[in-house]
Design a protein. Structure first.
Length: 229
């Protein structure tokens, strides 16, 4: 995983690649969260396979890609999951969604072209959010120097995440886990694996944004939270 989808923490891909420098193991990274955002990391030639999801870079939903790097003339030994025609070199048969593929390509080109501008916007939103919310002494999740610029995962002592989500719904939309587990009310397995107990994990909320996010009155958000504590 290039970056965790709940905490935004970047994983040490460069270090893993260095450990594998002279090892025959194939190295795959799930880059759904980082593709188009944390660009240089994915250019490491030791990474053999990269999976991406189009909607994360504003392509239509329903399109993604698996990027496969050859080792000389040798491809990673992948086997198809479904069988039929010979499309995608026999790996994924079926009629290709040409419009979605073209849209993913265009979105990737735009993400690279506008990377610096998007990063600056996301970084500015992060600074504004932390400046306002920092007055409430929140507990930030994960090593903050490794967190992507468009995600904050944090908790406010004594405040349950469900109560916080309800209280802020007219100001901002937040979550207490990943979209993948939105129907589950158990504590996040990610936060539990990081050493948080059930109470601490249940207090955490995830706030994320992008370069298209409308201006947020973070001071109003902070005041609403202050009224709950």
């Amino acid at each position: 995983m290039q970056a965790n989808n709940e905490t935004g923490v970047r994983q040490p891909l460069e270090g893993i690649a260095e450990v594998l420098r002279n090892h025959p193991a194939y190295f795959h990274t799930d880059a759904a969260q980082g593709f188009g955002k944390d660009i240089d990391t994915l250019r490491n030639p030791r990474i053999d396979l990269i999976s991406i999801s189009g909607h994360k870079i504003y392509a239509p939903k329903g399109i993604g890609a698996l990027v496969i790097r050859r080792r000389g003339y040798e491809r990673p030994p992948l086997s198809p999951l479904v069988f039929g025609g010979g499309q995608e070199r026999g790996l994924r048969p079926g009629t290709l969604p040409v419009a979605l593929i073209a849209a993913l390509g265009a979105a990737a080109e735009i993400a690279l072209r506008d990377h610096a501008k998007r990063w600056e916007t996301c970084r500015r939103i992060r600074e504004q959010a932390l400046a306002a919310l920092g007055t409430l002494d929140p507990k930030l999740t994960g090593e903050q120097s490794l967190v992507m610029d468009h995600v904050i995962n944090l908790a406010f002592p004594g405040l349950d995440s469900e109560a916080l989500m309800v209280a802020l719904k007219d100001l901002i939309a937040i979550s207490n886990g990943s979209a993948c587990t939105s129907s589950s009310y158990t504590p996040s397995h990610v936060l539990k694996a990081m050493g948080l107990d059930d109470d601490a994990a249940n207090a955490c909320v995830r706030i994320s944004w992008c370069h298209l996010t409308p201006a947020v009155d973070w001071l109003a958000v902070a005041e609403r939270i202050r009224s709950l504590v």
